[in-house]
Write a protein that binds this ligand. Structure first.
Ligand code: ADP
Length: 401
């Protein structure tokens, strides 16, 4: 069976076409500069990449072009769009309503529209991506896979903020958590690697990328996660501040005489690695500057390490132990030095990494990094959110047959 996975951003649309019988991606690509020009990169394994500037007025144009390329006599991989059994869409926010991947219906679309305020950045492009697919592939089964869904098992003690309770009741102001599809994928994978059932394990998954979050999973259920109402809680990230004293917000508004929207921009776009280092939001560039002696770049990395240790330690306490810890995403998968720094001096909470194995393990594959005397097994596991979305869409397509 063939599954198309679509991840729509405000000016981009990424796609992957999976052949689920072979468990492989047969084509993938990215439409960029949607609404401000247009460009597509289309890739097929073992073949030359195709890249072209094409006018893409909106997401509709992008999906039409993707389908054209997938079925093109020369560049395509399928004869017709009929070969696609289902489409899986990445949707960031499912709110309290959607606790698992869900068939896309008019009701779901109405919910997404009505709840844009929960996620003003990501919801509009996701809606546009879905609508474009509905228009170009009428009747095709489609599923929404939510970043928040995996965290829906949290108890109120983990998701309620200590604010006046009516804000939760009236505005659904609470912790939701994000990156759930990635945390779900790597936690499933680590259970497999340990030869255990996730339902019998205590796992901590560290998704460290441009956006970063850490999740505690006990007996297969998320008990806590570091991102909150928005993806700007928890760790310092590329440009997001993560955990700060909330009273900083009115202080900045008064002191700088700025609006809520301007504070939001500071906290989301000008903080984190970029804000502290003044160098870049890209961890590689911050690392390089730190190596050359840039003290603020070094401090930015140290803040990330410090917060990661605090969160991991608190999750070990919360779960009363940990059987496995996983590093994933751009930084987690590639930055060996950062992994070493996070795991250093954590033996008191049962975590010891083998620094030699960590320094020499192959890139791009799942690998065990557990050190001598560690109670928890330590792993690096490349994440694959698209595959997880494809699996959910496959399940749906089969259930509809
Ligand atoms: P996103 O959250 O946008 O999906 P990624 O998971 O791709 O982001 O992670 C991007 C981050 O990964 C960037 O900060 C980048 O610098 C970092 N990264 C990628 N490769 C390396 C590396 N070799 N060493 C350190 N950081 C890396």
């Amino acid at each position: 069976m063939k599954i198309l996975v679509v991840n729509a951003g405000s000016s981009s649309l990424k796609y992957q076409l999976f052949d689920m019988d072979e468990n492989k991606v047969i084509a993938k690509g990215n439409c960029e500069k949607i609404g401000i020009g247009g460009m597509i990169t289309h890739k097929r394994p073992g073949k030359d990449d195709y890249q072209a500037d094409v006018e893409l007025k909106d997401h509709d144009d992008a999906i039409a072009l993707v389908l054209k390329l997938l079925t093109d006599a020369e560049l395509g991989v399928i004869a017709s769009a009929d070969e696609i059994d289902a489409i899986g869409h990445r949707v960031v926010h499912g709110g309290e309503q959607y606790k698992e991947s869900t068939l896309i219906t008019d009701e779901l679309m109405a919910y997404l529209e009505a709840n844009i305020s929960l996620n003003p950045l990501h919801a509009p492009p996701a809606i546009k991506g879905i609508e474009a697919c509905r228009k170009n592939c009428p009747g095709k089964p489609m599923i929404a896979v939510f970043d928040t869904a995996f965290h829906a098992t949290m108890e109120p003690s983990s998701y309620i903020y200590a604010l006046p309770y009516e804000y939760y009741e009236n505005y659904k102001l609470r912790r939701y958590g994000f990156h759930g599809t990635s945390h779900r994928y790597v936690s499933g994978k680590v259970a497999e690697l340990c030869g255990k059932d996730l339902a019998d394990m205590k796992v901590i998954t560290c998704h460290l990328g441009n956006g970063s979050s850490i999740t505690a999973i006990k007996n297969g259920k998320v008990v806590d996660t570091s991102m909150g109402f928005t993806p700007n809680e928890g760790l310092p990230m590329g440009t997001r501040c993560g955990n700060i004293d909330p009273t900083v917000v009115p202080f900045l508004m008064k002191t700088l005489n700025i609006t809520a929207a301007e504070v939001d921009t500071i906290l989301n776009k000008k903080s984190g690695l970029l804000g502290v280092s003044g160098v870049s939001s890209d961890c590689r560039e911050v690392n390089a500057a730190a190596k050359e002696g840039n003290k603020r770049a070094e401090l930015a990395i140290e803040l990330l390490v410090h917060e990661a240790k605090k969160i991991i330690g608190s999750y070990v306490a919360e779960m009363n132990g940990v059987d496995a810890i996983v590093f994933t995403a751009g930084i987690g998968e590639n930055d060996r030095a950062l992994r070493e720094r996070i795991c250093a001096d954590m033996d008191a909470v049962g975590i010891v990494m083998d620094n030699d194995v960590n320094a020499n393990c192959p890139r791009g594959e799942a690998y065990e990094l557990t050190g001598k005397g560690s109670k928890a097994r330590v792993f690096v596991i490349p994440t694959d959110e698209e595959y997880m979305i494809a699996l959910d869409a496959l399940k749906l397509a089969k259930s509809l047959k």
